[in-house]
Design a protein around this ligand. Structure first.
Ligand code: SAM
Length: 286
């Protein structure tokens, strides 16, 4: 069941300890060693499932150095499971550097899928849109955060952010100011836990909702922001729309958008969003 010289990248629960697969438990029980972001947090999970296992700490400050140690263990035939405090390793969590280095050494890496806060929130949000863009944590300070949001403002995709309780209010304030108050926000808080809350509102109303009860500002958050609305031709001249349609008839979408951007001087993001919409409309008619 367990392979030698293999690194298992294993997802753990994001709250409810029962949100772990049977396969993940089998592997945790069978590997030689568990590389954990915080050994105390993982010890709690292991105790819950009566698993006793040797652990080593692998976190953002020692990931590179530990990659060498783990490669040495794999070279001796050992099997290792990589876990973080919650959810899927490498998703706004340590793991990517270690996985890259171990992969470069030629060892087998096996993902063991499971919980992820972003996907969990999306699954219950009721946002009817085919695409989303996972961003993770925005910059902690206001200036860089607002600049980053400016760059994301015209993306037509649902934007997925992670946020901590001590920054949730200022983050939502900035979202409202930069992205426009009419956009829909889903605040997914404490998923899979006792005080799980999934609240939908406009960005304008979000700060007041959070402030109405200080408990609403506690815990862990996923924020889902509806994508920028691209209305038919909104803000684009007839000439620009005509050019884009013409190019889309002859060329792949990316290429058409690239040329249309050069020819018209319009924003690439706006043209890309418009092109996606035109393509979806055309696909529906087929
Ligand atoms: N690797 C994890 C994953 O797969 O989702 C994410 C780890 S990241 C360090 C932690 C952040 O994920 C939190 O600050 C919060 O934004 C989000 N998060 C984790 N668990 C959550 C939960 N139960 N409810 C809502 N958000 C959660």
């Amino acid at each position: 069941m367990i392979s030698t010289s293999t690194l298992y990248v294993l997802a753990t629960p994001i709250g409810n300890l029962r949100d772990i697969s049977l396969r993940a438990l089998d592997i945790l029980a069978a590997v030689d060693v568990i590389a954990a972001e915080d050994t105390r947090t993982t010890a709690h999970l292991l105790t819950h499932y009566s698993i006793i296992k040797k652990m080593m700490a692998v976190h953002q400050h020692n990931e590179r150095a530990m990659a060498k140690k783990i490669a040495n263990l794999l070279a001796r035939g050992s099997s290792v499971a990589l876990v973080t405090d919650a959810g899927t390793p490498g998703i706004s969590d340590p793991g990517t550097i270690l996985v890259k280095l171990v992969r470069e050494e030629g060892y087998t890496i096996v993902p063991i899928p499971g919980a992820n806060a972003a996907v969990c929130a999306l699954s219950a949000a009721g946002i009817v849109a085919p695409h989303f863009l996972f961003y993770g944590f925005l910059p902690a300070s206001a200036g860089p955060r607002r600049r980053e949001l400016e760059g994301l403002k015209s993306q037509p995709y649902t934007l997925v952010f992670y946020e901590t309780p001590h920054r949730i209010l200022e983050c939502v304030d900035d979202l409202a100011q930069v992205m426009g108050g009419h956009r829909q926000l889903v605040i997914a808080r404490e998923l899979t836990k006792l005080f799980e809350t999934i609240h939908t509102c406009t960005l304008d109303n979000a700060p007041a909702w959070l402030q109405a009860d200080t408990n609403r500002q506690k815990g862990e958050f996923v924020l889902l922001l509806a994508g920028a609305e691209v209305q038919k031709g909104k803000g684009l001249s007839d000439q620009t729309l005509f050019t884009l349609k013409l190019l889309l008839r002859e060329l792949p979408l990316k290429q058409a958008v690239g040329i249309a951007t050069g020819v018209t001087g319009e924003s690439k993001n706006v043209l890309y969003a418009q092109a996606l919409m035109l393509k979806e409309e055309a696909d529906k008619k087929k």
